[in-house]
Design a protein around this ligand. Structure first.
Ligand SMILES: Cc1cc2nc3c(=O)[nH]c(=O)nc-3n(C[C@H](O)[C@H](O)[C@H](O)COP(=O)(O)O)c2cc1C
Length: 225
């Protein structure tokens, strides 16, 4: 966030809108600077502040600094939303306790499991994909969006079946038939898992490390979130 650009915008929005202005920041390298920024935003009219507990430089999937969020919360009088490090439903309570925040915000984990807040059993990716594609029929989406959602919904299932993931990645995003391709890949994946079929493949030359998917396929590491 660039305070010189953001502050007049927050102030103008606050003065001209009938709804509350909500801002979101990442941690700055120094906590005291982050607290100052948060206070300036509050003074400019921000009425809810979401704090992503990582710096811009830190990896988006590294640990989130909940202690820092707590200190920011303690310095402000407006509600604070804690973000980052809430990967499972059980983390919500822990995050609220440790940060004393008023709410938590979840992004990436809810893309992996859209039933995140429903609790209960871990959702089956293929079942979720069917449901997702039924929504796509009603609310058409771009092929690249469908591919991106399929990648995340199936992520916990890829395991030894990276050849199928590669098939998905190789699919030309301009191709309109993406929904049927995605379904075919998902069904093959489920069939293999249900029947204990393992495909013995040499690792691709540029093998991706677990977690790289986020940097490569999700928001890039240098996105200013
Ligand atoms: C697909 C996607 C899009 C995002 N877009 C934005 C955005 O436009 N603005 C923003 O401030 N953060 C954005 N983020 C970052 C999230 O709001 C959040 O700060 C970050 O993912 C950490 O939270 P998480 O651990 O729950 O994913 C995005 C994240 C994802 C996964």
């Amino acid at each position: 966030m660039r305070p010189r650009l953001a502050l007049p915008s927050v102030s103008t929005l606050h003065k001209n809108l009938s709804i509350p202005v909500c801002c979101k920041i990442r941690l700055l390298p120094k906590l005291e600077d982050t607290i100052k920024l948060a206070l300036v935003l509050q003074n400019a009219g921000c009425q809810v502040l979401a704090v992503h507990g990582r710096t811009r430089e830190s990896n988006s999937r590294g640990p989130a600094d909940w202690a820092a969020i707590r200190q920011i919360k303690e310095a402000l009088s407006i509600p604070v939303v804690a973000n980052g490090g809430v990967d499972e439903l059980e983390d919500v309570e822990r995050c609220l306790n440790e940060t004393k925040a008023d709410a938590v915000m979840v992004a990436y984990p809810a893309l992996l499991n859209p039933r995140f807040f429903g609790g209960g059993e871990k959702a089956d990716g293929v079942e979720l994909l069917h449901e997702y594609l039924s929504y796509v029929e009603r609310y058409p989406a771009q092929s690249k969006t469908i591919k991106s959602h399929a990648r995340k919904l199936l992520k916990p299932m890829w395991g030894k079946h990276k050849d199928l993931r590669e098939q998905l990645e190789a699919w030309d995003e301009r191709d309109q038939a993406i929904a049927s391709v995605v379904l075919r890949i998902a069904q093959e994946l489920k069939y293999r898992i249900d029947n204990g079929i393992e495909v013995d493949l040499k690792p691709p030359e540029a093998e991706l490390e677990e977690g790289d998917g986020y940097a490569l396929f999700g928001p890039q590491a240098d996105d200013d979130y």
